[in-house]
Design a protein around this ligand. Structure first.
Ligand code: ADP
Ligand code: MG
Length: 267
């Protein structure tokens, strides 16, 4: 396997084990080209969050380790690097569940995201960028974050990650639990962040939203990539539509495929 120069992030044959025994990723490979939005889809428990933790160096607090495979970022082997190094190198993760510091102000939340930055002018620049992206945060910058709505807290969590001025932003289900109008806003913000030059790895269960803005997509199933392709192809794929967009009770993409095959035969 040769690394492509245009690949910003490249994960090869990754295996991750929790608590020394629970293997969760089984030889997973994916790449994010420089400047792209790449979608990572998959049902609950597939291992999406684990993959993001492996990339951002956050496995250790969860008693997880990379037992095999490599993570390359910007031409450098960063496998098993610690979270602070990952942030310094340009990787920022917005964790699942829009975690913000509820007891402190919006402004203090944002400044906390800039802990790796050296100069005040850099911090100022990022701060202005974030407030430009999220006018609501500008309005509430002196309010305590815990009082913001769910959607605003998601914006704050994204804004905090941007304060590190990342080359790549890892987003873990940013639309989860948000009203449709808020989902649309999150979508627009991701597009704008990308337009400003930040690459994005977007983990979502909202396949329609993610694939509508991504160039390429991966579908994960039990720790592996089950399917990948240009986002437009995945969006048009009948199995994916049935699994993610239909009112299906089938629990895996493989189940959906079997079911559809049976349906075709019995029709
Ligand atoms: N800290 C942990 N210790 C042990 N098992 C874990 C831990 N975190 C996640 N898992 C397990 O790993 C699998 C994948 O989880 P996760 O990466 O959170 O999937 P997803 O984000 O796709 O829902 C699940 O079976 C989950 O129970
Ligand atoms: Mg998850």
């Amino acid at each position: 396997m040769t690394a492509d120069d245009t690949d910003l992030l490249s994960v090869r044959n990754l295996e991750v084990v929790y608590d020394d025994v629970v293997a969760v990723l089984h030889g997973l490979s994916l790449t994010v080209p420089s400047g792209a939005i790449v979608a990572l889809l998959g049902a609950n428990g597939a291992g999406k969050t684990t993959l993001l933790r492996a990339v951002s160096g956050l496995l250790r607090p969860h008693r997880g380790v990379i037992t095999k495979g490599v993570v390359h970022f910007d031409g450098v082997d960063v496998t098993r690097a610690d979270p602070a190094e990952m942030v310094r190198r340009g990787i920022a993760q917005v964790m699942e569940g829009r975690r913000v510091f509820a007891e402190v102000t919006v402004e203090e939340n944002l400044r906390a995201g800039a802990y790796t930055r050296r100069s005040r002018s850099e911090v100022r620049e990022s701060y202005d960028r974030v407030l430009g992206l999220f006018p609501a945060l500008a309005r509430y910058r002196r309010s305590v974050a815990g009082y913001l709505s769910g959607g605003e807290q998601q914006m704050l969590a994204i804004g905090r990650a941007l304060m590190a001025d990342p080359t790549i932003l890892l987003l873990d289900e940013p639309s989860l639990g948000l009203a449709p109008q808020m989902v649309a806003q999150v979508r627009e913000v991701i597009v704008e962040i990308n337009r400003q030059g930040t690459s994005v790895l977007l983990v979502e269960q909202n396949a329609a939203m993610a694939l509508s803005i991504a160039t390429f997509g991966y579908v994960m199933e039990t720790g592996k990539i089950a399917l990948d392709g240009p986002a437009a192809d995945l969006l048009a794929d009948a199995d994916i539509r049935e699994f993610y967009l239909g009112a299906t009770t089938r629990r895996s993409l493989a189940d959906v495929k079997t079911y559809r095959r049976k349906k075709r035969w019995s029709a």
